[in-house]
Design a binder for this molecule. Sequence first.
Ligand code: MOS
Length: 760
Amino acid sequence: MANAAAPTPKANMGAPVPRYDARLKVTGEARYPADVPLANPAFAALVTSAIARGRIVQLDLDEARAIPGVLDILSQENTGELKPAKFGDGSSTSIQSLGPDIAQAGQIIAVVLADTFEAATEAAYRVKASYAVQAPSATFGSQGLTSQDATKVSQAHKQLPQAGDAEAAIGSADVVLDAEYGTPTQHHNPMELFSTTCVWAGDRLTVYEPSQFVYGLKSGVAERLGIAPEKVRVVSHYVGGAFGSKGTMTPRTALIALAAKRLNRPVKLVATRADGFTIATYRAETRHHIRLGARRDGKLVGYTHEGWEISSRPDPYVVAGVEDSAQLYAFGAVHTKVNVVQADRNTPGYMRSPPVVPYIFALESAMDEMAEKLSIDPIEFRRVNDTAVSPIGNRPYSSRSLMTCYDQAAAAFGWKERNAQPRSMRDGDWLIGFGCATAIYPTHVGPAAALVRLTPSGDVRLQIAAHEIGNGVYTVLGQMAAERLGVDVSSVTVEVGDTRLPPAPVAGGSNTTASSCSAVLKTCDAIRSKLFHAATTANDGPLAGRNADGLTLNDGKIVDADGAGESLADAFKRMGVSTIEEYSEFVPEGLKPDAVADLYAGKLSMVGGSHGPKVMYAMGAELVEVRVHALTCEIRVPRIVGAFAAGRLMNTRTVHSQYMGGMIWGISSALHEATEIDMRYARYVNDNLADYMVPVNADVADVQVILVPEVDRAVNPAGVKGLGELANVGTAAAVANAVYNATGKRIRQLPIRIEKLLQA
Ligand code: MOS
């Protein structure tokens, strides 16, 4: 599957090489998991709970069974052999049983299997459940919520950032800001629906499912089925959008595997768009109480941030974004606290730019409010509080280019034209506002392994179970191998997304390029060393007796600085081999040496971000112009400029796309997106793409991306900081801040909609 796109630019890292899979995708040749051809498949349809809390009293299946073509129906009666999944690791939710207890609306209670998709769907409608209903708690403001301190219930967040005496610092500050913010429920809504296809061959199971972590899914489903992980293969060559929703195992996978076993026939499920709102994860709604204390000259002296996050009853899922927000400025004293608020809801999960999106919206709104109180330009306010060390433990940043980002973005935007006085800039009936905010994303890196094979003609095969989630992983991994092995990127065949390949971490936390490129780099360098050693220690040949350290690979040749060299073909002949194949494991500093063994077992470990002796973040500055109609309060975003620094960039084309997509998603968070919840029934109301608002082209005008060069040798061998989740972090606050500048109205609860401005 060589890249057929022409012309092919040079393979150098950083080059805007077209996507390896671009042609395959636009011609429909790229095979997504639900596209796998099957012999004699059966089709599944889900039946989900109408209530959010209570018990199934009776499940009447007679009418459903009478539909022609129905083969089998899974319910609590015949799925008892499935082991319960544990929260965390490969399994994000403990709500896995089909009943009788109901913990959330939309919980799967039955799976109908039929010869056709239509019969399965029809029969699913005819399953009749009767319930003993209890009053559910829907969200903030509902009766019956329980709240717990995140440090008490979450293993991952046993300690949250604290520094000094924040109460005393704020008590003695010249100026204090005290404000509350909120963010809504959001659903990922990847274009590709949640599908699972299971095929058994004897006691071996193959699962075709779009996944951000094939090894996690493999071990998770094996555990639920009670079989050895070696018997399970997971294949996911392309993922049609995930954004976090396909990183953890959901209940459907083991159910479809069991169904295929019972029928002795492949089974395919493509869940409906509405099902996707309840059978997978989502971004939970949050609340925030922030206080900032500052001196008259703008220097911050204290920051307190208490967060509240909705979770499910059985699981304490929490993102606790204060771990990142607390690193951002020279705050002085810091106090943070996070509360897990448990309701009768499906368990939330990671959604693009967890955990910072909600927490940075709150902090960066507060920074803007404080700048105004101090009568300081908001960019200058951030400059006054810029820092090379984290206020939590005075640990240095591995690199930090925040103010460079602000300076470049401000120059491109024309920030100096801003009038700080709200409602002072106007174009006819349109009020104009400028706003800014900071984007940060922790740099994560995990263990990974890669297998690379080189032939004498310079063909490379690269295998690693990384995940193509639209991020361009085929392309950047191919570029890394091409660069290190001195061949054109079109000579590299890249295979990802299959548990037959060496493992890579979850495609989450923006770690993929850093982790997987580091593994590919290490493996290719092992091949280089072998070649260089053979060439320099040979008895004859143009490189015999030379220093291997001076050699390089270029255009299918081993070459020295003076131009002496030999072809790969000659080198292979001398070595008496027909291919060179290397496997190597990359384990980042700070992880235990056998971290790759854990990864094979589906267990994940990562380092970076706020943890460790150095703090590691990609950063950016986002500047937005909004126009708000003075009479109707219609809100427009005519332009947005983002400048970002994220270490070495593997491919400026894919990077540009990630940043652009991120900022557009940020506009979506600011103005459009929210999952509406019926408070009486704890059910999602707008579970479709007609009612769940996302921006269309008309909502997005001029999006400008500036790539700020940054060199960071501390983060990982590839020098790469994750950036896929960076750009939508600051956008919502930048828009809110611009709306304030335009109107004098401060909206502290996303999304910012016309009705909120009319009421404010
Ligand atoms: Mo990303 S939401 O960390 O998959």
